[in-house]
Write a protein that binds this ligand. Structure first.
Ligand SMILES: NC(=O)c1ccc[n+]([C@@H]2O[C@H](COP(=O)([O-])OP(=O)(O)OC[C@H]3O[C@@H](n4cnc5c(N)ncnc54)[C@H](OP(=O)(O)O)[C@@H]3O)[C@@H](O)[C@H]2O)c1
Length: 267
């Protein structure tokens, strides 16, 4: 049976999800797709690009899934209240993608009768890669959200306390930072930028694939590659001396802390 989807907030993350839903339309039928968004320009774009129907805070379609896609800095509580007033808990499952905003915070304004999933998607939505961290409230089951979530990632059902951790750990930004620095390193050493980028991307994908094939931790392959007094161990020493691992670990911890702070500062 085709689904009816309703998104509140039509920004970057919701757009990435809608694009993925449309790309998967052969496997996940959608008969209506609504977006409620303050910017008319944004709504026009979404209608043009993905055939969405514009909605507003008075709309009451019979939606199977409502996605709360506003920012933690927006009036999340007000949005949640309006969902509770307009949609039927017997029919609609609510999914929040708001970083840091807990199930408890949502239920304070939603009431506790709705099936509710708090998820953290990532932005690799159209690649067939990318996990979505998913925490369910007491009424929802994986079956309520699985087919929808599969259109833009791989659902990973976890305890809610891990959602903020996944939010700070998981976005591909760290990988983009690494590739950026890696390509620059090649250029610094004398490679043309296009060649440095081609090698960096291929090495990243190949290295990942090799680790998966061997099913081992990176230390096992580093031990093989880093021969005594050789090039690899010299590189490892230089990375250690410059705090490479600590820089990544501090970045993840800071991002997790920031996620939790955003949620607790939210209205
Ligand atoms: N971007 C990511 O990588 C990512 C990843 C995981 C989770 N998330 C979560 O996804 C949510 C959206 O993030 P984003 O990056 O997509 O932000 P965004 O691009 O700023 O999108 C938010 C949109 O919601 C609109 N909006 C605000 N209040 C509204 C309301 N009451 N009714 C309808 N629309 C409203 C905003 O319009 P105006 O700009 O005109 O106010 C904006 O277009 C956030 O909660 C974030 O934590 C984002």
């Amino acid at each position: 049976m085709a689904a009816s989807l309703y998104f509140i907030g039509g920004g970057n993350m919701v757009t990435a999800i809608i694009e993925a839903v449309r790309r998967k339309q052969d496997g996940y039928a959608v008969d209506s797709l609504y977006v409620e968004e303050v910017s008319q320009e944004r709504l026009d774009y979404l209608h043009e690009a993905f055939d969405v129907q514009a909605a507003d805070s008075t709309s009451t379609p019979k939606a199977d899934i409502v996605v709360i896609g506003v920012r933690p800095q927006d009036d999340v509580a007000g949005v949640v209240r309006s969902v509770s007033e307009r949609f039927d808990p017997a029919h609609t499952t609510v999914i929040s993608i708001v970083a840091g905003y807990t199930i408890d915070q949502i239920e304070q304004n939603l009431g506790d009768g709705f099936k509710l999933a708090r998820i953290i998607p990532n932005t690799l939505t159209t690649t067939d890669y990318g996990f979505s961290g998913v925490a369910l409230n007491g009424h929802a089951t994986a079956e309520d959200v699985e087919d929808f979530l599969r259109t833009f990632g791989k659902p990973l059902y976890v305890q809610e306390r891990l959602i903020d951790v996944i939010t700070g750990f998981y976005p591909p930004n760290l990988v983009y930072h690494f590739i950026d620095a890696y390509v620059d390193a090649g250029v610094l050493a004398g490679l043309p930028r296009d060649i440095a980028k081609a090698i960096a991307l291929d090495t990243l994908i190949g290295g990942t694939e090799f680790l998966k094939q061997k099913d081992v931790l990176p230390q096992v392959l580093l031990n093989i590659n880093n021969s005594p007094g050789g090039v690899g161990i010299t590189q490892a020493y230089t990375l250690n001396k410059n705090g490479f691992a600590a820089a990544i670990q501090s970045a993840v911890l800071a991002a997790v802390e920031r996620t939790t702070a955003l949620g607790s500062e939210a209205k």
